[in-house]
Design a protein around this ligand. Sequence first.
Ligand SMILES: [Zn+2]
Length: 432
Amino acid sequence: MKLRHGKPLGLMIALLGWLSTVAAQEPAMALVGGRWFDGERFVATTKFVEAGRFVARRPTGPVTEIDLRGRWVVPPYGEAHNHWLESDPVAVDAYVQHYLTRGVFYVKDQGTAPVVRQPITARLNRPDTVDYLAANQGFTGPGAHPLQIVRQMQAVGCLPAEWGMEHIDGEVVMIVRNLEELQARWQRLLTGKPDFVKVFLLYSEVHAERSGRAAYRFRCGLDPELVPHLVKRARSHGLQVSAHVYSAADFRGAVAAGVNQIAHMPGVGFDAELGIEHFVLTAEDAAAAAAAGVSVITTIGAAIEDDSEPERDDYVAKVLKPNVEVLRHAGVKLLIGSDMMRRTTDVEAMWLHRLGLFSNLQLLRAWCIDTPRDAFPDRDIARFTPGAEASFLVLEGDPLAKWSNTGAITLRVKQGRILLPREVPFPILQPR
Ligand SMILES: [Zn+2]
């Protein structure tokens, strides 16, 4: 982009930075020559911004005019499933810069510990950083997923190494065997002020056989019969519930129990011992999710990159593709989430594109409209109409014509403020 009066962009940015410091309010902007994504197509038009929001008319008073020179403008991207498990300030800065650089402004953390979350919240949810919400401690069973991940986090110093199970249960995850334990852990969860509730279901159809057996350590989750009780408590506190699922039975049970969100596409977490038919959704499953307004997060890239998954082409063709298609056909909202530590949804979207699971239009809409709005449903975001937050990315090329243009970001604006992220390296994780 270029300024109308020929001032170099660097000068304009310096000026904007100065203005925002002095005035504590973003300067008004006129954005000319851009093509703006409306969820279907790019529309050439002029947009105006004042006090961090789009406005219908050119603001009175000084206006900074930016010529977008025919470039493509999209809402910032979202990340529906990740875990920011590091509270070290250097790591937090690395997360923020990594996400902002890739245009990912909205993050839903599907499970963390208050001890990790509390120190980082002051650095998030402001105009110059990432907007973040989190489930805090997820509910699972004894010896179940994700306790192996908790142990890994301890091993690299992200959680206190001296913590035994009596700390982990309550501080990091909620381990629950029955209703009494559920009630006690529920009260504990509330003290950490979660934004939503996470429950771990794994292979519900064989939960009773597997639970407590060493051979299935970490390959089981919460007793599926407890999920409706958890949903009831969450609802009474106005909290949504997100369910980790692996099998079709997990999905079915979670939807029937009244959860709001499914955190993985069934088939992610494939278990060869059960066979493919345990992972394929039916049209009835998809219809039930659609009728209840349940959204489903993809997290497919992580499964594809994981060598333990079965023969990739077969797995994609017989499990993942049919599941994506049956959900889409039923009208279920598909959200983009990566579940990749220290990475984000640019990688997930690349995989969804490469595997041919989404068209460019479907993928763009899910990534920059549906995913951000799911995370922050009460905010006016992911559109460019008067009153909406003035947050957007300017792309060098048309992402509907060539997917890699989603990464060719030449300008990032959040709530009327130009962001200039600079990637910084993540600290090296040291096994102790
Ligand atoms: Zn996860």
